[in-house]
Write a protein that binds this ligand. Structure first.
Ligand code: ATP
Length: 270
């Protein structure tokens, strides 16, 4: 139970407004995840919700962010399970862990179970060489996912499974079949990068040399994570310039000067 609480994230505080572009993905997620969780009675028969949703695409493009936003905007409980947290915790009891996880998700329904880097959890390399624990983990996961849609109990239909991967081709076939709805999350266009810059720099003073359009052009090919890192780094430059060789007491006195210093285009290093 304590282990599960680790994965239960409260107050994620992310909304679609914090995520630049990705309009089609946001719309698809609304239809595949949000609406079925909010009005499950409508999603029956031919409208039955997908068993699972797979977000795939290059690293750092906002897959995790999207999943968190969907939860936090709709007061849906979010369980974030990455392969690292799960494998460090299962200690050979993968099955039990999965069963607990789904039980918790039902208890806190409506809820989202998000499996990050799902390829590392359930890869196709399996079959022969894989660990017994991970094989049992996989089969229990599949069983639990099937259970979500087959029972009468209405709480089970208010649990959604989302997964993310950078390499969908490495996923186990049986799991891939259950992740029926697939949403591609691409690298950002120049325009999206511009929107991201606007989001990340909204509270940062920049002088006239910082033109978002130009900056975005120079960042072509960056992922969302790259853009964020670059902005973060740039935003530290005034402090680096002013605080170099200063003693702690002098640094304390810099506060005012820091808040009035603007970034220049040269602060962005690419
Ligand atoms: P990975 O595949 O490596 O897990 P991911 O696709 O899940 O990556 P996120 O963790 O969601 O990527 O994004 C990494 C960081 O990049 C986020 O913290 C976020 O700040 C930034 N980011 C990515 N995409 C966007 C976006 N569209 N708008 C704003 N920020 C973004």
């Amino acid at each position: 139970e304590a282990v599960m609480r680790d994965m239960l994230c409260e107050d994620l505080g992310v909304t679609f407004d914090d995520i630049a572009s990705l309009g089609p993905a946001k719309r698809l997620l609304n239809e595949a995840v949000t609406l079925p969780l909010l009005i499950p009675e409508y999603f029956t028969g031919i409208r039955e919700p997908w068993k699972g949703v797979l977000l795939f695409g290059p690293p750092g493009t906002g897959k995790t962010l999207l999943a968190r936003a969907v939860s936090s905007m709709n007061d849906v409980t979010f369980f974030g399970c990455s392969s690292a947290t799960l494998t460090s915790k299962w200690r050979g009891e993968g099955e039990k862990l999965v069963r607990c996880l789904f039980a918790m998700a039902r208890h806190y329904a409506p809820s989202i179970l998000f499996f990050d880097e799902v390829d590392a959890l359930v890869s196709r390399r399996g079959e022969s060489g894989e660990h017994e624990a991970s094989r049992r983990f996989k089969s229990e996961l599949l069983t639990q996912m099937d259970g979500l849609r087959s029972e009468e109990d209405s709480s089970t239909s208010r649990v959604m499974v989302l997964a993310a991967t950078n390499c969908p081709w490495d996923l186990d076939d049986a799991l891939l079949r259950r992740l029926e709805k697939r949403i591609y999350i691409p690298l950002p266009s120049e325009e999206s990068i511009r929107d991201m810059l606007a989001i990340h720099l909204k509270d940062i003073k920049c002088d006239d040399s910082v033109k978002l359009d130009n900056l975005a052009r120079r960042m072509a090919g960056f992922s969302g994570a790259d853009v964020k890192l670059c902005c973060r780094d740039a935003s530290m430059m005034p402090l680096r310039r002013l605080a170099a060789d200063k003693s702690p007491s002098e640094i304390q006195k810099l506060k005012e000067q820091l808040s009035s210093t603007s970034l220049t285009i040269d602060d962005f290093e690419m």
